[in-house]
Design a protein around this ligand. Structure first.
Ligand SMILES: Nc1ncnc2c1ncn2[C@@H]1O[C@H](COP(=O)(O)OP(=O)(O)OP(=O)(O)O)[C@@H](O)[C@H]1O
Ligand SMILES: [Mg+2]
Length: 251
């Protein structure tokens, strides 16, 4: 049991920023897809954001909502990954998703039931969080379960400052996550921004910074088709995945 718990802590990653619209969901999808290539088929991203858009970023978004999945998990109806698969959206490339569903009653207990179930059956879990770090109980639950954090920013002043606040918040309550945090710096605009200076600024806080280049396919904000990403974009997500799951190759 202890070994199982340690395993889930290692494999659960939270994707965070206290600012909206910086690239969290895009990072969760890109990183999750890269992890699926590295680790095999069972990678699940969970939308913990009440207004989240994760389900719309994969080809098949027909899965159950967080609260529907929680109800069946609590009722013991999901004994293995093949049963779980029927509740999940997927991108056809090994990344599975749980959409939030926007039910006002969905809270930390539903999230806990779903996260526990997925940690048990899947190879890796990513939680795409909302922005209200201090008050959202689902973020508190996700961060408490996670073994790694990816803080997301773009190179604008507001997003950089939000990433610094997010790293400071992590450092106060979750020092181990802050020490090993990865930073995804997403170039969301095509014009040249001071990305290198931004990377240096965030890197000074101790985490490893991975720059995700501007990609027209991602800018469309729809379904992400891995085959349509630039090679440099795929490499950036692969680098993030390798940092999270070093030395692992799909069997
Ligand atoms: N590397 C990139 N190149 C081009 N566009 C990008 C890139 N990364 C993210 N984007 C775009 O930036 C926008 C915001 O991304 P995303 O939805 O992932 O942000 P978010 O932080 O999850 O937002 P929210 O806080 O609303 O959940 C989207 O239109 C997305 O497609
Ligand atoms: Mg989002």
């Amino acid at each position: 049991m202890i070994a199982d718990r340690n395993r889930s802590l290692q494999l659960h990653t939270v994707v965070l920023s206290c600012k909206g619209g910086v690239g969290k969901t895009t990072t969760a999808v890109g990183l999750g897809s890269a992890l699926a290539l590295l680790r095999g088929e069972r990678v699940v991203a969970v939308d913990a954001n009440h207004f989240g858009t994760l389900a719309g970023r994969v080809h098949d978004a027909s899965g159950a909502s967080l609260s529907e999945l929680a109800a069946d998990a609590d009722a013991g109806r999901i004994p293995d990954f093949s049963s779980l698969r029927g509740y999940l959206g997927h991108n056809g490339g090994g990344l599975h998703t749980v959409g939030h569903g926007r039910s006002p009653s969905t809270g930390a207990s539903e999230y806990e039931a779903v996260a526990g179930l997925i940690e048990h059956h899947a190879d890796a879990v990513l939680t795409d969080c909302g922005t209200d770090l201090d008050r959202d109980p689902v973020i508190a639950a996700a961060v408490a379960r996670a073994g790694r954090a990816v803080v997301v920013a773009d190179p604008t002043e507001d997003a950089l400052s939000a990433a610094e606040k997010t790293l400071a918040w992590l450092g106060e309550a979750h020092a181990a996550l802050a020490r090993t945090a990865l930073i995804a710096l997403c170039q969301r605009a095509s014009r040249t921004q001071r990305t290198r200076a931004a990377a240096q600024r965030l890197g000074a806080h101790g985490g490893t910074v991975v720059i995700v280049p501007f990609d027209r396919h991602l800018q469309k904000n729809g379904v992400v088709d891995q085959r349509r990403l630039r090679r440099a974009t795929r490499s950036a997500y692969t680098r993030l995945a390798e940092l999270i799951s070093p030395g692992t190759a799909a069997s």
